[in-house]
Structures are given as C-alpha cells and as structure tokens.
Design a protein around this ligand. Structure first.
Ligand code: GLU
Length: 505
C-alpha cells in the first residue's frame, strides 16, 4: 500500500531561521502539496543550552510571510502532538527505557574529565565497541552498582550500543544509496539524566516514527546522522516504516568556496534571512529579504531553483507551477551557489507582473515614513507604474519616483553644466507661458504643443527638454517628460520651473 505523504520541517529555535532552512521548509511544503500530503512543523528544542527566545516566533512569521502553509504544528494542532519536543519528555523517557530493556542501549557514568583522559590516552578515541569495555558503564559494572549509583543521584547518560562491522544503507532520493560502515559511528548519547532530556538524535528519530513521517527532507549537513536514523529505527523494530531520505545540496557562497554564511551577506550586501532579526543577547541586527524590499513570491521562486531545476529553461514559476513541476529527480547533488543578483532579477520580474495598484499599496507606507503624504492611491499607482521598469526592490520604486512627491532641492551638477546655458532662464520663462496656455495636459497633446513651440523658435530640442526635466525632476532621469507632466499638477510643474530659474546659477 502506498504510504500517505507526511513530511516535517523540524527547526531548532537557536536563532533566526537561515535562508537555507527556509529552502528546506519550502521543498517539504512543495512536496507535501504535490502529493496531497501533510506538512508538519516540529520545534526541536531539547537543547536548552542553545535555546534563543523569539526564534520560534520568528520561524512562524517567516513561513507565514512566504506562504509556506503548515498543516500540523504547535499553533495548528493535530493528532500527533505535542509538536514541541520539550513537551514530549514522557514519550522520550519511555523510549529510552525500551532500548535499555532490550539491550540496545546502556547507561554510562563517565565524567567529562574521564572522557577527556581517555581522549588523551587513546589515539582517535571514540566511545564505541572498541572502547566501551574499558569505560564506566552498565556493560562493565555489576547491575546492583549501576542501580545504586542512579539511586544516589549520580549523573549518567544513555548511549546507543552500535554493533560494529555492519554496512548501513541509507536510501536517498537525491544522493542514491549511501553506505556507511557502522564501525565508524560512535555510541551516540541519546539521553542525559542531568536535564532529563533526550538528545537531538533520539527525539528527532522517535518523533519521525510516531508522527508517521514518510519522507525526511533536510539539508545535506544532516546526512551524517542518517545511518543512526536507520539503526535506531531497526533497534526499535520499526524497520518497515523507515522514512525515505532526501538530503538537499548545500547553499554555497556567491563567490569562492564553502557554505553560505551571514558574513557573505554582510560583505556583499544581501540578506541571508527571510525577515529582519535582532539578536536578543548582542542586539546585533541581521537584515531580512522582506524589509529589503523583496516580494515573497520572488524569494520562493528564487529559493526553489537553488538545488532544483524544472528540466528546461523556465525560470519564473509561481508556487502552483512549482508544485506541478517539482521532482527530486531534478535536484542536484552538487552544492548550489547563492546568486543574489539572480534574486534581484527575480524580484524585478515579480514587480513587473504586479498591477500598479498593488505596487502603490506597497509604496504608500514608505511615503508615509518619509512624510510625503496627501497623495491618492491612484496618483501613486500611476507614478510607480511609470518607473517600475527600473526597479528591482520595492524601495527602488520610491527612489525612482521620488520627484512625483517632493520637488527637487538640488540639481545634478553635471546636468546643469551640460544643459543650463545662459539663455536657459529666459527660455524656461517662455516655456511657462506655453504650458499655461495648454488646456489639455495629456501627454501627446502637451508634447505636440511644446515641440512645435521649440521648433518655431529654432531652439535646441535636446537642451530645452533636458533643462525642462532638470527643473521638474532635479536631474536628467525619469520616464517620458510629458507622461510626468500629464500626472503632476500643472501648477506644481510651473512652480518647479520658477524655482529652477531662481535657484540654478
Ligand atoms: N533540528 C534539526 C535542525 O535544526 C532537524 C534536522 C532534521 O531535519 O532532521 O535542522
């Protein structure tokens, strides 16, 4: 019988969710949707040392912004809960006991000092079949002594007893079959009595089983723990429900070699987090895609293509298309370079595809921040619509269209030198008269009248038009001049020309 697809995104709340983690969440989500499956969000917070307040909430807000929907989780609920590991202590305790009872795990009392001493004494020390016989554990001590020590409150850990010399097969949809000999694995700590909590390994694997996870889709950095996954499933007798593994390629630096880091982002000026994050301890600020002016659809599209391709050259794909086309067959094994310039390109594409009215809605709050208020949504929509071809980020829309909202206070020096000749103030006075006489300021009409006037006077077309632009915009940039003057109130245009005449020297 085909198994129901159930996938989980299982972040540890140890800081802001990195963009690589977001890609993992996205692939899980896409795969779940494609197969009519369930998407679980499980919070893996058993490492109390590394817990960071606010991180879980940040994960929720990030996924919500990107439209990565969750079917079962802390907020959503579900019949496999609780979905936060710190609330599942009883379950883990019970499972540790199962392994101890059937001899698949043992209790170890070695102190950090003793472990350190062993490391010094034995070259390449690893707690495993070759060394466990000389350490202080329930395999080397009489049963009553073990019981007495526990009763006396001595701290201990539970270790997984790995049988050496076995080829462990991990079946991975991206990497194929990965075979690892069990002799290289150490007897992993599964539980610590000190805080009565399991380690990541036990909790992660027990939960995958209990939550009936069908596919473990995660970053390549977790590949080394996959053999343990297999061995623990076997030790518990769950072999028949082993999940299918999928380890996604690493995200690499845009230039050079190695894993993408926050430092790369800082250096080259791009975010590696979905949202802004302020570290609660250090106060350090990390910038997010959202606040930088990226659209969630663009980020989703860009991330989807970091490690996967549709098998042809198609690049712009909305989430429904991604869900339709996605397959692990077209995921690469090789790491994927984080090409942030491509992210800008995607964002530009998505900005261009938005109705001007929606763009206006994004820009209105930015206008508010600047104190440039009192503009109708219709005016803003027309203004940003004229400049969107030159915008990559939401903020660029305002930067390119700023003159629609505020008169220039200075004039680009280079343009002044080139275009503002001695007789220009007089010509601009004349232009004011011409403009005042135009009833219908629609682009084509105003253009015809002004150009006829320039021709009849024998003026230099380029110089006059550029001076006109300089006065209204403040520099020789922007959309078609008569599109600008169609939208901008005529008295404002005239006021700006007056101001340029008296200001520009
Ligand atoms: N808690 C792990 C993490 O932080 C989960 C790894 C996995 O998906 O198994 O990414």
């Amino acid at each position: 019988m085909e198994r129901k697809v159930r996938v989980r995104f299982a972040p540890s709340p140890t800081g802001p969710l990195h963009i690589g983690g977001v890609r993992t969440a996205l692939y899980n989500y896409i795969f779940a949707r494609q197969n009519g499956g369930d998407m679980i969000l499980r919070i893996e917070d058993t490492d109390s040392q590394r817990f960071v307040p606010g991180a879980e909430e940040y994960i929720n807000r990030s996924l919500a912004w990107l439209g990565i929907g969750i079917d079962e989780g802390v907020k959503e609920g579900g019949k496999y809960g609780p979905y936060k590991q710190s609330e599942r202590r009883d379950i883990y305790r019970e499972h540790v006991k199962m392994l101890l009872d059937n001899g698949k795990a043992y209790i170890a009392f070695d102190t950090p000092e003793e472990l350190e001493a062993a490391r010094k004494e034995i070259p390449n020390f690893q707690y495993d079949a070759t060394t466990r016989g000389r350490m202080r554990n329930s395999l080397t001590m009489p049963k009553d002594e073990v019981e007495k020590r526990i009763a006396d409150g001595e701290k201990y850990v539970v270790r997984f007893k790995i049988e050496p010399g076995r080829d462990v097969r991990v079946d991975d949809l991206v990497r194929g079959e990965v075979v690892i000999n069990s002799s290289i694995l150490d007897d992993k700590v599964l539980y610590k009595s000190a805080d009565d909590l399991p380690t990541y390994h036990l909790a992660n694997i027990v939960d995958d089983h209990l939550m009936e996870v069908s596919h473990v889709i995660r970053g390549e950095e977790w590949l080394p723990s996959a053999p343990l996954h297999v061995l623990l499933y076997e030790a518990f007798g769950w072999k028949d429900t082993m999940p299918q593994f999928v380890h996604l390629p690493l995200l690499l630096k845009p230039v050079g070699n190695g894993k993408l880091s926050k430092r790369d982002g800082d250096k080259l000026g791009f975010p590696v987090f979905p949202l802004d994050w302020k570290d609660p301890k250090t106060g350090e600020l990390s910038s997010g895609f959202k606040e930088r002016g990226y659209l969630p659809e663009a980020v989703v599209n860009f991330l989807a293509l970091l490690g996967w391709n549709p098998g042809d050259d198609t690049e712009v794909m909305d989430i429904d298309t991604l869900i339709r086309k996605f397959s692990f067959e077209h995921c690469s094994k090789a790491g994927s370079k984080f090409d942030y310039k491509k992210a800008l390109w995607f964002n530009h594409e998505y900005l261009m595809s938005k109705p001007d009215d929606e763009l206006a809605e994004m820009v209105m709050p930015l206008l508010e921040d600047k104190g440039w208020t009192g503009y109708s949504r219709e005016y803003v929509a027309k203004a940003v619509g004229m400049v969107k071809g030159r915008a990559n980020l939401v903020g660029d829309l305002l930067e390119q269209a700023d003159f629609f909202f505020v008169a220039p206070t200075e004039y680009a020096e280079k343009d002044v030198r080139k275009r503002w000749s001695e007789d220009m103030p007089r010509i601009m006075e004349e232009l004011i008269g011409v403009l005042e006489g135009i009833e219908d300021m629609s682009s084509a009409n105003a253009e015809k009248i002004v150009l006829d006037w320039i021709a009849s006077k024998g003026y230099h077309l380029g110089n006059v038009m550029n001076a006109f632009r300089l006065a209204v915009v403040g520099a020789c940039r922007g959309p078609h001049m008569f599109d600008i003057t169609e939208l901008m109130p005529k008295d404002e245009v005239i006021r700006r020309i007056h101001k340029a005449i008296v200001t520009i020297k």
